[in-house]
Design a protein around this ligand. Structure first.
Ligand code: ADP
Length: 499
């Protein structure tokens, strides 16, 4: 009987592979970074062959670490950086260009030229706020700027995929061209209500339908690996975009459950059940991961652009700390920030403010402010920004959030987690396994092939690492929240002067 589920976690800066056993214990983990290309300011590319070769290498390495053969792997689940766009030749499997990465801003002008009517249509059909971030304008760009690509696409010779589809194509040696709901819904071409590629959107972005992969639920039998790849035919039984995989890995299955991933940025997702809730607060409506045994489910998503990266900034640019984890110990030297607030709007402000001109702002400095106050204010800014998104979600959903599951690199910071609980006046729960993204992909694959029985079984296995219980009094909480709002207003007022 196969012992492991293999999770392929293809991220923006590295490819990872984790083998989970039945108790979700990590049996082996391999990771490899791969190159980033910045051909012009604001442009970001990856080489699709480097994505594949690094992902393939870590899969082989993770198997070798525990002496596993293909027969020991019950199934593969894929999770991936979302929106990143790859076009390749169906006959040769060769990419026609580099991948355009989600962060790439090259099509911002194109998106800026959409009419009000087109924007409203996109919003209604896809649940997204039009942006260069999503795949649609990236596909259009590759077709328009690669010699012969549009003609070849019209003749049906090319295939489009996000990173999940690209990996599947390579794992199956071109037998499978498919994706899942959670990736499809980030292309800005997929109708999340009718569950189909949308003809109006394909026309708007001039994308031939022949390019597109088949779309399935995240947990389904997509196909099997070709024998030549990992030495056997392993079922590929799960695929989901990283944030939806994390939501699944945190076992947020019921409406109102929320997870926050504190990585470079912050990603909050609230499960909204079978209902696609359209936001009035600038949040995105997105599909949640499901297996083929369930009806489609949805989530509300809000992001904080600068979360853990404000700590990187303290370390790398301001030189105030030596390591990210040291931020906790230094912030703990003081009881408060001495009235200092940092609004780290380095690249503008997202939900619910949506001001691209805002920039980082520090308010409340006095002569007594020292390093520890400043570091504490930076940490607190991560929680304050998350709080703004949480409030927006509560208003959209019409219900208060009663607990928050946390993960990601900066969730290791106990001071930050306690402060988040205090601000929300709600318990924050950090699981033992904070590899929730990979775990979500593993769960999807494992449920599909019967390695795990059902959601109840895996939810029972969710193990609490540490719980953060709020104890801040109401008056102080209100004071801190209203001071944060004033700090944000100061940042926005400064931005107003620039316009
Ligand atoms: P990503 O997946 O986006 O690369 P990770 O989940 O690996 O991010 O988290 C890395 C981020 O978390 C970095 O920005 C880092 O500054 C921050 N970070 C890591 N450990 C801590 C810590 N103990 N306290 C605060 N921030 C931290």
């Amino acid at each position: 009987m196969a012992k492991y589920i293999m999770a392929l976690d293809q991220g923006t800066t590295s490819s990872r592979c984790i083998l989970f056993d039945h108790t979700t214990h990590i049996a082996s983990l391999a990771q490899r970074e791969y190159p980033q290309y910045y051909p012009h300011p604001g442009w970001v590319e990856h080489d699709p062959m480097e994505i594949w070769s690094s992902q393939f290498a870590v899969a082989a390495e993770a198997m070798a670490q525990v002496g596993a053969s293909a027969e020991d792997i019950a199934a593969i689940g894929i999770t991936n950086q979302r929106e990143t766009t790859i076009l390749w030749d169906r006959a040769t499997g060769k990419p026609v260009s580099n991948a355009i990465v989600w962060q790439c801003r090259r099509t911002a002008d194109r998106i800026g030229r959409l009419s009000g009517e087109e924007t409203a249509m996109i919003r209604e059909k896809t649940g997204l706020i039009p942006d260069a971030y999503f795949s649609a304008s990236k596909i259009e760009w590759i077709l328009d700027h690669t010699d012969g690509a549009r003609e070849r696409a019209e003749r049906g010779e090319l295939a489009f995929g996000n990173v999940d589809a690209w990996l599947m194509w390579n794992l199956t040696r071109g037998r499978v061209h498919a994706t899942d709901y959670t990736n499809a819904c980030r292309t800005m071409l997929y109708n999340i209500h009718t569950l189909s590629w949308d003809e109006d959107l394909l026309k708007l972005f001039r994308v031939p339908a022949s390019l597109l992969p088949e779309v399935h639920p995240s947990g389904t039998l997509f196909g099997s690996t070709d024998r030549s790849v990992l030495g056997g035919e392993i079922p590929i039984a799960g695929a989901a975009g990283d944030q939806q995989a994390a939501l699944f890995g945190q076992c947020c299955f019921t409406p109102g459950e929320v997870k926050n991933t504190y990585g470079t940025g912050g990603f909050l997702l609230m499960h909204t059940g079978n209902e696609a809730v359209l936001s009035g607060k600038g949040l995105l409506t997105t599909m949640a991961a499901t297996t083929d045994k369930e009806a489609p489910e949805y989530a509300l998503e809000g992001s904080v652009f600068v979360a853990g990266s404000v700590i990187q900034w303290l370390r790398d640019e301001m030189k105030l700390i030596g390591t990210a984890s040291e931020s906790e110990q230094i912030a703990d030297e003081v009881d408060d920030t001495a009235g200092v607030y940092i609004v780290p709007a380095f690249t503008g402000m997202g939900a619910p403010y949506w001001n691209p001109y805002a920039r980082g702002t520090v308010v409340g400095l006095t002569r007594g402010c020292r390093r520890a106050h400043f570091v504490r204010a930076a940490l607190e800014s991560i929680a304050f920004q998350s709080m703004d998104v949480i409030r927006a979600m509560e208003e959209d959903a019409g219900t208060p959030i009663t607990s928050l599951k946390v993960d990601g690199g900066a969730s290791a910071n106990n001071l930050l987690m306690k402060f988040q609980a205090d601000l929300m006046n709600t318990v924050c729960r950090r699981p033992k396994c904070i590899e929730t993204t990979a775990l979500g992909a593993a769960y999807l694959a494992g449920l599909t092939v019967g390695f795990w029985k059902d959601r109840e079984e895996i939810a029972k296995g969710w193990q609490l690492g540490r719980e953060f219980v709020p104890d801040m009094n109401e008056t102080l909480r209100e004071k801190r929240l209203s001071e944060w709002k004033r700090a944000v207003r100061a940042a926005l007022a400064y931005a107003d002067g620039e316009q």
